[in-house]
Design a protein around this ligand. Structure first.
Ligand code: AMP
Length: 523
């Protein structure tokens, strides 16, 4: 039976996790060292070999220029987008402009597409699953943020393909988390999924009605996470050093990066106990070249006092999500915690205070999304497992509206956001000019009436129309969204029946040849 396991992979910005339902039991798979979580990192070594996961993280300190992280922030985005440009300022590795303005990663003289980087992480997760199962794995459910658009989902699927995995379903992360807690089986409820990770914060409000998951609203800050706690602690350590030795070291980049790593360790220790201390040898040298150590100790109370405002920032985002959904905190039936930073007791206490109820955290918040994905995989596999009497068949909704550009530059919606998927919508358009023989359809995703404020997904052209007066030739346009949230658009000349179709894939930046080349390289 085990060879049929459809694994669940949480492909995170910072970390990834893989799980599966084996012989009726949910298992989170650990690597050869017993680690159940892997860094979503890829490091290209001088000898041409590639390290992925926690091994890559070890390289990061030694070789930051050739160690890639946070690929998820960049995947499916345009090189000129604000996110890519901001990331280029921050990351030590090279992000360059590729053909069709897709961002590429350059390391050791080679260029890689983002799906290739994510594909390497997914392959590592697949290897870990195979190592545990002792047999090959070929199918997976992979999770993505609820606000991922079509291109980002397509690229994530492609990454799976590059890892030798058939991605049978792309599932929203908050949906997977709610599923892990049993919502979607017998339970109908309004659930808040509070996801506080290493570098990002997301809040998603879901309405679950048996097996239909509707995203009521989602909001987030892509630069708010565990790193902020580390930086805050590191700042106090810098002050401590100055007090002990009488000179500042905040411009010493090596010392600061060492301090951040130590700060993360202290932070995690403080989640388990009341007080933590560290002694760092030879952190810096004074004006005479003499090595200076730092001894530092911190208790939970001081940590809480210094970091309260970071947690408070998540609540203004929660306010926004509640406002968008037209709900009050008291309208919710459950709050589910996701992400490593929700292990901090201060976060748990403040979240419970904000929502007025204890948050659910009995499933490890770092593993909960992968577990939900594995449950969905088992359901798709129609595997019967002990805790579940009725297999959940999960139905998601479109995260954003879909439509086309009108001649006047407006956005004409064909499919409204929050429509249950799969779905299909057909509308008839006519030519706008006399003797018009070609029509170019530009496909967009978003909520603004002004089309340029939305995200362009692609376009398709229909040629050789009969030359006639404007408005006389009718073109039937069909939008289909499949269960992964992936879109297929077809346009048909009603008179001749001639059809043009596009999976938006092609226009997401990569040609079929480029995809084939990536496939070849990934073997
Ligand atoms: P994630 O992106 O969900 O994997 O979360 C990673 C973040 O969680 C990092 O900032 C970690 O430092 C943080 N983290 C992991 N475990 C703990 C813990 N026990 N206490 C506090 N923070 C933690």
């Amino acid at each position: 039976m085990a060879e049929d396991v459809i694994i669940g992979i949480d492909l995170g910005t910072t970390n990834s996790c893989v799980s599966g339902v084996v012989d009726g039991q949910i298992r989170v798979f650990a690597d050869e060292n017993g680690d159940r979580i892997q860094a979503s990192m890829v490091s290209f070594l001088e000898d041409g070999s590639v390290l992925v996961g926690n091994e890559a993280r070890k390289e990061q300190v030694k070789d930051p220029r050739n160690t890639v992280y946070s690929a998820k922030r960049l995947i499916g985005r345009h090189f000129d987008s604000r996110v890519v440009q901001a990331a280029r300022q921050q990351v030590p590795f090279e992000v360059v402009r590729g053909r069709n303005d897709v961002p590429l990663i350059e390391a050791r003289g080679e260029q890689y597409g983002l799906p290739e980087i994510s594909g390497m992480v997914l392959r590592r997760m697949r290897d870990i699953a195979e190592y545990n199962l002792g047999r090959p794995v070929s199918r997976a459910v992979v999770t993505v943020p609820a606000n991922f658009n079509d291109t980002q989902r397509q690229m994530t699927k492609l990454a799976g393909g590059l890892a030798g995995l058939d991605v049978v379903r792309v599932v929203n992360e908050p949906t997977a988390a709610a599923l892990a807690y049993g919502y979607g089986r017998h339970l109908s409820a309004r659930v808040a999924v509070y996801d506080f990770g290493g570098g990002t914060f997301d809040i998603t409000l879901l309405e679950v009605q048996r097996n239909v998951f509707e995203v009521l609203s989602t909001a987030g800050d892509s630069y708010l996470g565990g790193d902020d706690f580390d930086n805050r602690l590191a700042k106090y350590m810098l002050l401590g050093f100055q007090q002990q030795h009488g000179f500042p070291i905040e411009h010493d980049t090596v010392a600061v990066s060492r301090l951040k790593q130590v700060a993360e360790r202290l932070k995690c220790e403080l989640s388990e106990r009341d007080r933590s201390a560290v002694s760092i040898r030879e952190l810096a040298r004074d004006a005479h070249g003499r090595p200076c150590d730092l001894t530092f100790q911190v208790d939970r109370e001081a940590f809480n006092l210094r970091c309260k405002d970071i947690v408070q920032r998540t609540f203004s985002i929660c306010d926004e999500a509640l406002r968008d959904a037209g709900l009050k905190a008291a309208d919710l039936d459950a709050v589910v915690l996701v992400g490593g930073s929700t292990r901090i007791p201060l976060v748990r206490d403040m979240v419970s205070g904000y929502f007025g109820r204890p948050a659910m955290s009995d499933i490890n918040p770092v593993e909960v999304v992968a577990i939900g994905a594995a449950i969905q995989g088992a359901a798709l596999n129609q595997e019967v497992f002990s805790e579940v009497t009725q297999t959940p068949l999960l139905i998601d909704v479109t995260p954003m509206s879909l439509g086309v550009r009108t001649v006047q530059g407006y956005f004409e919606k064909l499919i409204e956001r929050n429509t249950s998927i799969p779905c299909e919508e057909t509308r008839t358009f006519t030519t706008a000019q006399d003797a018009q023989t070609a029509v170019r359809l530009q496909i967009y995703q978003g909520e603004s009436n002004v089309v340029d404020e939305n995200v362009k997904l692609g376009e398709l052209e229909l040629y050789d129309l009969r030359p006639a007066g404007r408005g006389e030739v009718e073109i039937e346009v069909t939008f289909e969204v499949d269960t992964n949230g992936i879109i297929v658009v077809t346009a048909r000349d009603r008179e001749t029946g001639m059809e043009q179709g596009t999976r938006i894939k092609v226009s997401a930046g990569y040609s079929e040849e480029e995809v084939a080349e990536m496939m070849r390289r990934s073997q």
